[in-house]
Write a protein that binds this ligand. Sequence first.
Ligand code: SAM
Ligand code: SF4
Length: 458
Amino acid sequence: MSKPDQYNVEIPSNEVKDSNIKYFTTYTYGCQMNHHDSERLAGQLKSIGYEYTESLEDASFILINTCCVRESAEKKIYGKIGELKNLKVSNPNLIIAIAGCMAQKDKEKLFKKAPHIDLIIGTHNVHQLVEIVKEFEESKDRVLAVWDQAERLAPDVPTIRRGKISAWVPIMYGCNNFCTYCIVPYVRGRERSRPLHDIIEEIYQLGLDGFKEITLLGQNVNSYGNDTKEYGDFADLLKAVDQVETIERVRYMTSHPRDINDKVIDTILNSKKICDHFHLPVQSGSDTILKMMNRGYTTDYYRELVRKIRKAIPHASLTTDIIVGFPGETDELFQETLEFLKEIRFDASYTFLYSKRSGTPAATMADQVPLVVKKERLQKLMDVQNDISLEINQQFTDTVVTVIVEGPSQRDENRLMGRTTTNKIVLWDKQGTEEVGQLANIKITTAQTWILKGKLID
Ligand code: SAM
Ligand code: SF4
């Protein structure tokens, strides 16, 4: 990711850029929660007079919101931070801020590794950006703002959004699960649920602002309400969100397979707006590995869960995350994952090479798998999944699907893009009658592994 984040705000053209205005730009790595944090950081910058620019050269404030879930992400981010050094040399007034999970994990070590950084902002300090900038401007000294623990609930801050149609709404922060490979609980803290009425109010307002679709965010959304009995559980929240009349579709991520229950499935079945897409990261198809990962379920449990979902909502789509090369994964255990994939037939799988995260239990487990073996396994897994995804998508050929028009496709301005409730990406040639945010019926003519292509019909 080397492009700056795009926000849904007017960008002044070069001719009208005002040299008295201070511009900011942001780069975000990692998950949706990080992307939403960037929206909150950008909103705060705008509230103190900064304007957004896509141009790194024009920016007097550059923020990098970081991820440390895998080593590959960290390497890329250090590369990006390194690139900023020359800009700082040519413009000593430039402010460089590092936020997010790497900031939370490495704290002041980041200053040592990259002395051109001015601000380090931890995951629990996102809401404090205005104060942090003020402190920096007054002291002209670097600021480290990294709390070890989160406040129970951080106050709301101004936000600018990336899209016009879809918006992210956090429902809870942190994670209590401690999967043995995962750094998230160490850098995002323990689970904290947002009050139900704050969530509903925000969604209602987003609908009034023109958003059609919202995605409820949390590391494990099914744990919503577990930390306090005040707001009900995740199914109660879904029921309440389903009744917000200003919006049309509701998505959520991520669900932990262990915690999704009959009440949630039933609520989705009986809802009008909750999308029929289940993202249930299985991580491995081997019971031995699942146990070592501390996932808290077996493959039989997962099979039964999928059976229940498909019985209740047969047309629902199912996607997953899988890690290959977890310590101790032998060829035989990997084969179990391949077979599981063939058996369950996910619409899509997001596959990752296991990455050792220092401080997590898996990092010191015996029998770490060599990189070359991990890469071979990843390729095998992707080959099997790609065939399955294509076969599933081919079933849509000649059918009509309904999408919300999201806008031009990334590669071609004359092509529009939308998604089905099952989260399939659909592209079609623009006819000129479509309006962004409206529903459109598309007859599918070509199915590919990751996308469907078709024609607009009346
Ligand atoms: N909370 C979600 C869950 O439990 O599925 C996922 C959050 S995590 C940021 C997203 C995905 O990254 C995980 O599902 C997992 O597949 C992957 N992941 C996490 N730690 C990893 C590691 N150390 N190496 C490789 N992949 C990892
Ligand atoms: Fe990480 Fe597991 Fe928590 Fe997901 S549930 S964020 S994989 S510890």
